[in-house]
Design a binder for this molecule. Structure first.
Ligand SMILES: [Fe+2]
Length: 251
């Protein structure tokens, strides 16, 4: 199991969101995951409560999953899969049936925020979701300008029991995002690494490469965390450090 990876955030299911457009593309993404050493995948198509009902989403997701599961069997690909969703943030989330949106057989639920402005009510909404027994996984936390401006927001959400996920691409590309991600890692504000793949070329599965850009001990910890999430186990995370603003920089 040393080199086994688990993918917790991807858009591999066919024809359901802006990810794989058909089964051929799904299978080419999945083959790439398997060649990266991925042994378990949570399929997380976008769910936006203003655009689709939970019931309809579940129906479409099931049909897409069946196609992939049949193709995996036919091809003999050695990978396990379960259903999840990437749930778009809304203050209405606590009133929905979150059991259908959480990762199957777990209490983990992947939530994304808008990548523009900070929406209202995040603290209260996350609290209400936690109160229902779910653990929010905050998707690609490196992508939110309001978190970059004030990382103590993320510190507070982590302290309140949320987990933070980052995308491999941010680590792989040298630059501002990768430097920022290493700061978040140093503050223990990152728990999970995923690929968030959508497309074989434009947004490819790159989990192995992402892990290769982490210090080995951090890579091992994040790898293990992902396995625990997949299995629905709880696990301890290191205490986060509160970022401090000093002379124009977060340190
Ligand atoms: Fe995504």
């Amino acid at each position: 199991m040393k080199n086994s990876l688990v993918e917790l955030h991807c858009h591999i299911l066919p024809g359901i969101d802006d990810g794989a457009r058909d089964l051929d593309m799904s299978m080419s993404l999945l083959r790439r995951e398997v060649s990266d050493g991925v042994v378990g995948v949570v399929f997380t198509p976008h769910f936006h409560y203003e655009r689709i009902t939970v019931e309809k989403f579940v129906e479409l997701r099931k049909a897409a999953f069946r196609q992939v599961a049949a193709a995996v069997r036919t091809e003999g690909l050695r990978v396990a899969g379960k259903l999840g969703a990437e749930v778009y943030y809304s203050t209405a989330l606590p009133s929905l049936d979150l059991s259908k949106l959480a990762f199957a057989d777990t209490s983990y639920i992947l939530i994304e925020f808008p990548t523009t402005i900070q929406p209202p009510g995040i603290d209260e909404t996350l609290f209400a979701i936690r109160a229902q027994g779910y653990t929010p996984i905050l998707a690609h936390v490196e992508r939110y300008p309001f978190v970059a401006e004030d990382p103590t927001l993320l510190y507070n959400w982590v302290n309140a029991g949320c987990l933070a996920q980052i995308n491999a691409t941010g680590l792989i590309r040298e630059g501002h995002t990768s430097r920022w991600l290493h700061k978040l890692l140093d503050w223990n504000l990152v728990h999970l690494l995923s690929s968030d793949c959508h497309h074989p070329e434009k947004r490819p599965p790159n989990l192995r490469e992402g892990f290769d850009h982490l210090p080995p001990a951090v890579a091992r910890r994040l790898q293990k965390n992902a396995i625990e999430v997949y299995l629905g186990n709880e696990f301890r995370v290191p205490d986060p450090t509160e970022p401090k603003y000093r002379f124009g920089h977060w340190v």
